[in-house]
Write a protein that binds this ligand. Structure first.
Ligand code: ADP
Ligand code: ZN
Length: 757
């Protein structure tokens, strides 16, 4: 007898599985989803392996499979194991993203009176007798939870006792997945009776005979639905019962998700030398499974032709009969990329879009699994798509923090997980960025990824290399000193006017993340920091002490009063930086009456369609000025946008996070890359109270190397990643004190262990 090790859908330590025995009436395989008894409950679980010896002496039986065949292949199972171990979550949680959408389900348990039991059982307490009476009235019984309620306090325990005493019985329904694939039934001649000699066959009723003839004459399987229509319902079933026909189930054709308005013409470019070199290195890895390293960092500014390289590499993989996963930071912000992918592989691209209905998501999942698509494009979760024969993973904008899942378990990073999946499947991983994550770049320099550089912008023009936009830093302290209190410097206001007057378009960017902000002196640029941690303090207008503003250190929780004057220069122009995108829109309207202004941020894009609409209006030229948060930084490639204004570069730069400078730099570079994608020279104006900051300096010069060197030195000095790993432990408890105690205890224990080592 073989036993199954099952990852059960319950909160347990990472990688823990439970042993179950398999009853003889069905077989299970690794990767199969099953129902198992767990304590008094029935839960879903995934069979991860079959073993000869169970981990406990007494095992319970698996109740039944949820799906008849395995849902997850061996490589994906291993990936689940890796996620569970690396990110410390239960194995089932780690595997859940690999399961088809909508598989989660709970058993329904009904309670009814056991046969032959009298209501007036003396062993029952009075409330139970009443409840029992009510139950006896109900023919179909009651849902377990409802009956437990009738039993009053401690209903659960009483119910268990009544089950044990066999007064009532429990019936479990294990539902099929809510969104199971749809099947169509076909009738085919039965293999044992398909001979043409009807000598041995009894005479059939006319309609059955008609259907049987039709089925035998038709070369292709005969749809059961058609049989019902033509010959009456039940006729096919009758032939089936007599063994004259067999049935075949084919998954119903799914709705096509590709958009009809997409162009299908593949634009052919002659690759530049750098592109050709990059592609040939990737090709080596594709052709030779032994070639190392198998991961690539494609470093090139926006417009340097990275996407072209991705598409060519995917094309190579597709020609080998394998599939590719193409990860993008956020799907609704990359319509232009999607169009390009689709023009290369028309009808063969699965786009994992949150706008798909539940039904479409399920169909798409099965279609991907059956190999109907060559390319899967989508956000981080697309990494878990059930691609059967994976050949390549592309991660565009690999530095983006949307690749990290920070809200629900499993708390994974799609980039690291992609490297693992690449390793498990032998697929090369191509990561691209204009501003690579400092850690990725460091790994590439160390030789863990092959570094591929695309140093120049490609242009369609004859000179091939178009110029980068001109970046100008504007010192807002000077503006204030010279009496300008507007959120726009004089140069930005002037340039914006000219840009619109010339019929061009502008993007104004304000990286306002969250409601809280830092406190900074408008005169000298000084940022108020915590005295013990030297991280910038965060301004909170409404606090536990009432609504007197106070400053909070997000590292040590120290609170302090909002100062009246700047601790550095004694000036009294000290305040929080708080203007949001909405305010910027108002200011633009005041400055340029009659101009069409649009806004792109989390507030204006509640629905998935909104972002696309806003970007479509910019592309068509309807919008003259677009104001937005970091969402405007991505993907937009509009030749007529000649001006990008960064309203305040300082926000985000002082977040208490060692990656803040790197992120601010990346965003500024990305935003700057939106200007001057066409014939006209682009212009970028960066407003700041802190023009000396290394991230702003490096961004203005669009000098990644300078940023990298500054960062890597400071990380080495402070022992931050990549020189150390950092783990963020969160303790949750309804009771504050309890959570604090646990956190402090863990901290003490860690410190002791560190000392002992
Ligand atoms: P990135 O992904 O680095 O931003 P893209 O691949 O989008 O760069 O290229 C920028 C623009 O240049 C696109 O419009 C693309 O079609 C075009 N392009 C890319 N490679 C070439 C090439 N070799 N010759 C001509 N145009 C190219
Ligand atoms: Zn502090």
């Amino acid at each position: 007898m073989r036993y199954a090790e099952v990852a059960v859908d319950v909160v347990v330590a990472h990688s823990r599985t439970f042993s179950y025995s398999t009853p003889p009436r069905f077989t299970v395989e690794p990767g199969q989803l099953v129902w198992v008894p767990f304590g008094r409950r029935v839960l879903q679980g995934l069979v991860v392996e079959l073993v000869e010896i169970p981990s406990v002496p007494e095992t319970r039986d698996i109740l039944q499979p949820v799906e008849p065949s395995p849902l997850i292949g061996p490589q994906h199972l291993q990936m689940g194991r890796w996620i569970s171990e690396h990110y410390r979550c239960s194995l089932f949680t780690a595997i859940a993203p690999l399961l088809p959408p909508g598989f989660e389900n709970h058993v329904r348990s009904r309670i009814s009176v056991a046969p032959g039991v009298e209501i007036t059982d003396p062993k029952l307490r009075p409330e139970s007798v009443v409840a029992f009476g009510e139950l006896a009235q109900k023919k179909a019984g009651l849902l377990e939870a409802d009956f437990a309620k009738l039993l009053g306090s401690n209903g659960g325990r009483e119910l268990a006792r009544m089950v044990d005493q066999k007064l009532i019985q429990r019936e479990l329904t294990m539902p099929r997945p809510r969104a199971a694939p749809k099947y169509e039934t076909f009738l085919i001649p039965s293999p044992d009776s398909s001979g043409t000699s009807d000598s041995g066959e009894p005479k059939l009723p006319a309609r059955q005979d008609g259907l049987l003839t039709a089925i035998r004459e038709q070369r292709a399987p005969y749809p059961a639905a058609l049989a019902n229509k033509e010959f009456g319902s039940g006729v096919g079933q009758a032939l089936f019962s007599k063994g004259l026909v067999a049935m075949e189930w084919v998954r119903a054709d799914s709705v096509t998700v590709a958009r009809p308005d997409w162009p299908t013409e593949r634009r052919q470019h002659t690759l530049t030398t750098h592109q050709a070199e990059a592609l040939s290195r990737i090709q080596q890895a594709l052709d030779n499974p032994e070639s190392q390293p198998r991961s690539f960092l494609l470093h090139g500014i926006t417009g340097s032709g990275k996407t072209e390289v991705y598409l060519r590499a995917i094309d190579l993989v597709v020609r080998q009969g394998r599939q590719a996963i193409f990860l993008v930071p956020e799907i609704s912000l990359t319509p232009q990329t999607l169009e390009r992918v689709n023009s290369w592989f028309p009808g063969r691209v699965a786009v994992m879009h949150s706008r798909l209905t539940a039904r479409q998501q399920v169909d798409q999942w099965w279609d991907i699994r059956e190999g109907k698509y060559d390319v899967v494009v989508g956000p981080r979760s697309s990494l878990f798509a059930p691609v059967a024969n994976l050949g390549l993973i592309v991660i565009d904008e690999e530095h983006e923090w949307t690749y990290k899942q920070i809200e629900t378990h499993p708390l994974y990073h799609a980039r690291d997980s992609a490297l693992e999946l690449g390793h498990l499947t032998g697929s090369p991983v191509v990561m691209g960025s204009a501003t690579p994550d400092v850690e990725t770049y460091h790994a590439a320099i160390q030789g863990r990824h092959t570094l591929l550089e695309l140093p120049d912008r490609v242009s369609a023009g004859p000179d091939r290399v178009s110029r980068l936009a001109q970046v100008q830093i504007c010192d807002m302290r000077l503006e204030l000193r010279e009496g300008n209190r507007s959120i726009f410097s004089r140069v930005l206001a002037q340039t914006l006017k000219e840009c619109v007057a010339d019929g061009h378009q502008a993007i104004l960017f304000l990286n306002r993340r969250g409601a809280s902000s830092i406190v900074q002196c408008r005169d000298c640029g000084h940022v108020v920091e915590c005295r013990s941690c030297s991280v910038s303090l965060t301004y909170h207008s409404i606090t536990s002490q009432g609504n007197k503003p106070e400053l909070l250190c997000h590292r040590c929780n120290r609170r302090s009063r909002m100062p009246d004057s700047c601790p550095a220069c004694r000036g009294n122009h000290i305040r929080q930086l708080g203007a949001g995108t909405q305010r910027v829109v108002e200011e633009v309207k005041k400055l340029l009456p009659g101009v069409t202004v649009d806004r792109l941020d989390a507030d204006t894009t509640r629905a998935a369609q909104d972002a696309e609409d806003i970007m479509a209006r910019l592309t068509s030229g309807d919008t003259q000025v677009l104001v937005g948060t970091q969402m405007v930084a991505k993907g937009l490639d509009i030749p007529n946008v000649t001006l990008v204004g960064v309203v305040l570069a300082d926000i985000g730069m002082y977040l208490p996070d060692f990656r803040a400078g790197e992120r601010a730099f990346g965003l500024l570079c990305q935003v700057a890359g939106r200007a001057g994608r066409g014939e006209d020279l682009g212009q970028v104006i960066v407003q700041t109270y802190n023009p000396e900051h290394y991230a702003i300096q490096a961004a203005a010069a669009q000098d990644y190397q300078a940023l990298y060197e500054y960062e890597i030195d400071s990380r080495r000095e402070l022992g931050n990643p990549p020189f150390n790993d950092q783990v963020h432990l969160v303790f949750q408890d309804p009771n504050d004190a309890q959570a604090l105690r646990q956190a402090a205890e863990t901290c003490r224990a860690r410190a002791q262990r560190a000392e002992a080592q």
